[in-house]
Design a protein around this ligand. Structure first.
Ligand SMILES: [Mg+2]
Length: 286
């Protein structure tokens, strides 16, 4: 992939992060950190991986995205607004009385939102159902599902995977936002263990997960495109290693920021995406 394209994906991710932080802080919406960890995944999906028509969100041939970690939907709203699928006015008034968008998203096809997923562990079963329906009907689109790593504790996730493997649902691509945190604590302190154990568990279910850097949208896109072309009979799984709160230095890997709005002093600690942007400029000027 050309360097210019990679840079533009990273710049897009920086822009989306700025949008998420600015709208959330202004409108006092709290789920900023879980939104920031999945920005690069969404940039890869909406800038190359998925088929869709911004002027016709209901187009039957579109790829479906079930965004299971719905509390991180601020990032999805920001990118849908940037892609002109969701009206900017709705996104910019999010969390105020003027907006009809919910804090955990609901199904609204006119805005490109395929499924309501407020209760964690429900998105993957929905995605499996959509993908299975497409397979039975001979439809050509893919179904994508973004799940949180904390969600993997839900039994419904594993039931859905068993079904998907048994019925050879290969038109499903699952991307795990593996930020190692769930709500207000690190996952290792609650139930699950390290990524290698997740990989082992998924392999035990007949899957072949691939681990990717979760803040390099170009790399994520490459992995997704490879997964799309692969001839395997089962769903493809990508584990994106991310940092919860990535972009705001005060927030990165800090459990108490799961649902907390940073103060002015905390914001003044700086932004990771600003330094990322300056790195890109340095590379260009060489
Ligand atoms: Mg998590």
């Amino acid at each position: 992939m050309k360097q210019r394209r990679l840079n533009s994906l990273e710049e897009k991710a920086s822009y989306i992060r700025k949008e998420v932080v600015s709208i959330s802080v202004t409108n006092r919406a709290g789920h900023i950190a879980p939104s920031l960890s999945c920005v690069d995944i969404l940039v890869a999906l909406y800038h190359g991986a998925m088929k869709y028509k911004p002027d016709n969100p209901n187009w039957d041939g579109r790829d479906r995205l079930v965004f299971s970690k719905a509390h991180g939907c601020y990032a999805l709203y920001a990118i849908l607004a940037d892609r002109k699928i969701l009206p900017k006015k709705e996104w910019h008034s999010f969390y105020t009385e003027e907006s009809t968008l919910l804090g955990c998203m609901e199904r609204r096809l006119e805005y490109g939102l395929e499924a309501g997923c407020g209760s964690l562990g429900h998105g993957l079963p929905i995605a499996v159902g959509i993908a299975y329906g497409a397979k039975l009907q001979g439809k050509k689109y893919n179904t994508f599902c973004v799940v949180g790593d904390g969600e993997l504790q839900e039994g419904t996730t594993w039931e859905a995977l068993q079904f998907a493997v048994k019925h050879e649902i290969s038109n499903l691509i699952i991307i795990i936002d593996s930020n190692r945190l769930q709500a207000m604590d690190f996952i290792v302190n609650v139930l699950d263990r390290e990524i290698k154990d997740k990989v082992k568990k998924l392999k035990g279910f007949g899957l072949t997960p691939k681990v990717v850097h979760g803040h390099k949208p170009g790399q994520i896109l490459k992995f997704i495109n490879k997964a799309k072309l692969s001839s395997g009979k089962v769903p493809k799984v990508i584990i994106a290693e991310t940092i919860k709160g990535f972009g705001l230095k005060c927030m990165e890997n800090v459990p108490r920021f799961h649902f907390r709005i940073p103060t002015e002093q905390e914001i003044a600690m700086g932004e990771s995406y600003a330094s990322l942007k300056s790195n890109i400029k340095n590379k260009k000027s060489k």
